[in-house]
Design a protein around this ligand. Structure first.
Ligand SMILES: Cc1cc2nc3c(=O)[nH]c(=O)nc-3n(C[C@H](O)[C@H](O)[C@H](O)COP(=O)(O)OP(=O)(O)OC[C@H]3O[C@@H](n4cnc5c(N)ncnc54)[C@H](O)[C@@H]3O)c2cc1C
Length: 516
């Protein structure tokens, strides 16, 4: 099974300069591939008892016991998932994968069979362990929503009704025919699904304009062990909460979201691009705060810290124009480090930032054109034993500089104590009038104990973020990884959330572990 990001046939163009820079900083000394990025799995046992149970509700061709299929559905795409695949240990492989229709999901959940743990699966792009089996039941079944792939467009009301299994490109292709857009463009756009976006409350790169997925939804349908639930499809309501209010971010714990109704918008026909360099990340944050306070909202504004800026410039394609550009930036910045801000908008006035050195449109255009290619660099790092991981949060403007600095310090302290070399990068994207998300990417190299080191670094960073007033996550959800902090983070809201779970899933057969 090909285990890395994207299709095996697409490698993405990865800069040699960048790879060498990373190796030079954290190792390994020798440029050696230790893993081909493929995982093999022996023929796994097939349980007749489970087959019989599933056949009570699901047609035989929609049930898979294929070993590779089962492995693919047992791991997400976070650092820990890749370490398990690289080292060939630690994955709890599911016992079956099913591809049911809405009716078949209803039937399966209504059985409330205590022997089965059911894990909804969209595109498997979770980076927080959202599709990992808890191993608490006799059998683990991955419920793939691929069959829920219809879309109906209602251009009069600017609404779509869409199946949860639809991936980003299909939704946008259909909307394009009407000059419309949903506006949700996560970096995982090509592989993640509508159901996954809702279950994790995802945020696309254009969230400044269109919001997170929760802002796009006007209703959902959900199948749960206690029945089928659905919202009334109206643009506004003031009667307690809607189902969509609790389905968003529920990570499959309350039920399987099978379809959703979402608002759509006229697609901009023209975009303007600008980039700026700030002396420091903190200066850039202040410029963003001013921009949003004054009511200007770029479609995309993404500010990289000094380390991410350095790596982005190194990672740019080796061409005459990009080399000239790099020399120009070095000259304008007097060869000092800086923080680059990429701004894109359909309105020119939204991308005029104060206090930065203007870099023209080239870096923003480049970033926009390459916006789905970044994960390919991680493929190359993983093949060399370098672990890449992300943690993201959000906070009020005044807290951002503290969280930024203290998280970087915590990372340095922890890697130092573990005796490994690492790099941590940060950017601000997804801004609001009240604050912004901060997205940390970190890399480290280790020959052994990679999983243990990663868990230690993750938990030190998470704890620090929570103490300093950040959110437990901004758009990656909770999964099995962040769930250990949920109780501490939510306070007595944690008990309320558990009560809601008990209502929908009293037998706790859906993704047990997350709310325990
Ligand atoms: C390279 C990369 C880039 C990414 N970029 C972004 C980004 O820009 N923005 C962002 O928000 N996220 C991003 N992510 C994270 C991930 O893509 C999102 O969390 C996404 O929403 C997951 O969708 P999925 O369909 O892959 O869900 P899965 O990974 O299959 O599942 C995620 C969780 O949702 C549950 N679930 C899935 N479908 C349903 C359903 N129909 N009903 C109930 N529960 C369900 C699963 O049980 C699991 O708990 C990125 C991930 C990667 C690997």
């Amino acid at each position: 099974m090909y285990a890395l990001w994207g299709k095996e046939t697409e490698s993405g163009e990865v800069s040699r300069n960048l790879l060498n820079f990373i190796r030079g900083k954290i190792g390994p000394e020798k440029d050696e591939l230790i893993w081909p990025g493929r995982s093999t799995v022996p023929d796994l046992p097939v349980h007749d008892e489970l087959r019989e149970l599933l056949l009570q509700c699901i047609q035989s061709p929609s049930i898979s016991f294929n070993s590779s299929d089962r492995l693919r559905h047992s791991v997400g795409m976070g650092g820990l998932d890749y370490i398990k695949l690289m080292e060939g240990k630690g994955v709890r492989v599911v016992d079956a994968v099913v591809y049911p229709t809405e009716e078949e999901i209803r039937c399966l959940l209504s059985k409330k069979d205590e022997r089965i743990e059911i894990i909804p699966y969209g595109g498997g792009t979770t980076v927080t362990g959202g599709i990992s089996s808890s191993g608490s039941r006799k059998y683990a079944v991955s419920l793939d929503t691929a069959k829920l792939d219809f879309i109906r467009i209602d251009p009069t009301n600017n609404v779509i009704e869409a199946g949860a299994g639809l991936r980003g490109p299909k939704i946008e292709e259909e909307l394009q025919k009407y000059g419309l857009t949903l506006g949700n463009f996560p970096e995982s756009f090509h592989y993640s699904t509508l159901g996954g976006w809702i279950a994790t409350n995802a945020a696309g790169q254009e969230s400044n304009r269109y919001g997170k997925i929760k802002d796009m939804i006007i209703g959902v349908r959900m199948e749960s062990p206690t029945g089928t639930y659905q919202d009334r499809i109206v643009p506004g309501e003031s009667a307690f909460f809607k189902l969509s209010d609790i389905a968003v971010g529920s990570e499959g714990s309350f039920g399987v979201i099978t379809r959703a109704w979402l608002k759509v918008h006229k697609k901009p026909t023209r975009l303007f691009y600008r980039a700026y360099m700030f002396k420091s990340f903190e200066d850039g944050i202040e410029a963003l705060r001013k921009e949003f306070t004054e009511g200007r909202t770029p479609l995309i504004s993404r500010l990289s810290d000094e380390s991410e800026t350095e790596m982005s410039l190194l990672g740019a394609r080796d061409s005459l124009s990009s080399n000239l550009f790099k020399s120009y930036v070095a000259f304008r910045m007097h060869h000092l480090p800086g923080a680059i801000l990429i701004a894109v908008s359909e309105r020119k006035e939204d991308i005029k930032f104060e206090g930065g050195i203007g870099l023209g449109s080239l870096p923003s255009r480049y970033w926009y054109d390459e916006r789905y290619s970044r994960p390919f660099i991680y493929n190359e790092l993983l093949k060399r034993g370098i672990v890449a991981e992300t943690i993201e949060t959000s906070a009020l403007w005044e807290k951002l500089p503290v969280i930024f600095r203290s998280t970087k310090e915590k990372f340095d302290e922890t890697t130092h104590a573990l005796g490994v070399k690492g790099i941590i990068l940060c950017h601000s994207s997804h801004q609001y009038i009240a604050g912004s998300a901060l997205y940390f990417t970190f890399l480290f190299y280790a020959k052994e104990n990679r999983g243990e080191y990663l868990q230690k670094i993750r938990s030190e960073i998470m704890r620090n973020i929570i103490i300093e007033g950040g959110s437990i996550s901004h758009h990656h959800g909770i999964g099995n990884l962040q769930s250990q902090f949920l109780k501490e983070y939510k306070g007595n809201m944690f008990e309320l959330t558990k009560e809601i779970k008990d209502y929908f899933d009293p037998g706790k057969s859906l993704v047990p572990g997350i709310l325990d």
